[in-house]
Design a protein. Structure first.
Length: 360
């Protein structure tokens, strides 16, 4: 195939992949907003699996993953990975359209900052050499360490925001998003190991059938766990959790590559500096996204609090002044009739003979 044609196909497939992931994220966010805050457990999981919208999100995620793999077949990683970061840019207007609102300026700024940081991280990350993969022992160690890290992030122990207020919920949401991205990144690394095992090119001894099956089970567990964690993360919104997922996924893969596969950042020491600066830029974007939520989300409790308002529809009638009472006309020369109502002859304002003593 012509290289130019392959590049065009890679770009188109990358855009399809980004659109699929964006639609899936919006569907999950809408599902999280429509579902009541049910307690965690099997009941909540069964209720989630019974929703057709959830399976639509699963299908869209699968379609995005297949398009991403096909794009990598026709184009280099240095082209496909940055285009995959467009998921956040596509999800913002899609989510705002479904919520019938406009994307705020703070959200756009946060998305651009996050996108710039993510592109900078991908640009200095060296791709894995063909056939390079984790050994079975390394895969089990990575899986065990990742499971402990995910458990700590999902429980909120690393975030320090375990209170039940709005800030605590946001902290738990970003913790779930980080855990989701890490789980997906580890699933990708283990998938590479499984591919090498099936090709009998795995480092170390040739794996047996049960070892290969164990790898497949671990991949399925981390992939499905990442999907469920992202669903929990979207309870706190769409933009900030999606940005954290897109950042922590390549970050986890980069840590595995540098620590276990001998990879390094491009351009040597300058690459490390660029990676550090890109991380700060991306962190700034996430902070902006956490502050740039929809402005119309706050007035929701006011509608509930104003439910008893019909009692105030009838304006209270002012009490009549004593000078306006029947039987006590406002006569000249008698400006203060209110003080006479306690006299013995004026006990009843309706009495006919009441004005007689006053005239004398």
């Amino acid at each position: 195939m012509n290289p130019a044609t392959g590049t065009v196909l890679a770009v188109l497939l990358s855009l399809v992949s980004a659109a699929g992931y964006a639609l899936a994220a919006v569907a999950q966010s809408r599902l999280a907003a429509a579902s009541p805050a049910a307690p965690d457990g099997r009941g909540a999981l069964r209720a989630l699996l019974a929703r057709g919208q959830w399976w639509w999100a699963v299908g869209l995620n699968a379609a995005g993953a297949l398009a991403h793999v096909a794009a990598l077949h026709y184009g280099p990683l240095t082209l496909v990975q940055p285009l995959g970061a467009l998921t956040l840019v596509a999800a913002l207007p899609l989510g705002a359209y479904c919520a019938r609102r406009r994307v705020t300026r703070t959200e756009w700024r946060g998305a651009l900052w996050t996108l710039g940081g993510l592109v900078g991280l991908v640009a200095v990350t060296g791709p894995t050499a063909p056939g390079e993969a984790l050994s079975l022992r390394e895969s089990l160690v990575v899986a065990a360490a990742t499971a402990l890290l995910i458990a700590a992030l999902a429980s909120g122990r690393l975030g320090g925001r375990e209170q039940r207020g709005t800030g605590g919920r946001g902290g738990r949401g970003l913790g779930h998003a980080t855990a989701s991205g890490i789980a997906s990144g580890v699933a990708s690394a283990l998938t590479q190991t499984l591919t090498a095992a099936l090709a009998l090119d795995l480092p170390g001894a040739e794996p047996s059938w049960w070892q290969t099956a164990l790898l497949a089970v671990l991949i399925s567990a981390f992939a499905s766990g990442g999907l469920l964690l992202s669903q929990a993360a979207y309870r706190g919104g769409l933009a900030a959790p999606l940005a954290v997922v897109n950042l922590s996924n390549p970050a986890a893969a980069a840590v595995i590559g540098v620590a276990l596969l001998g990879e390094t950042f491009r351009a040597g020491a300058w690459g490390w500096l660029v990676a550090a600066g890109a991380s700060l830029v991306a962190a700034r974007g996430v902070v902006l996204l956490t502050k740039g939520g929809p402005p119309e989300a706050a007035p929701a409790p006011v509608a509930v609090a104003s439910a008893p308002a019909p009692a105030a529809e009838a304006p209270p009638m002012p009490a009549p002044r004593p000078a306006e009472r029947p039987g006590l006309p406002d006569l000249p020369g008698l400006p203060d009739l209110a003080g006479l109502r306690d006299l013995p002859g004026l006990a009843s304002p309706d009495a006919e003979a009441a004005p007689a003593p006053i005239a004398g």
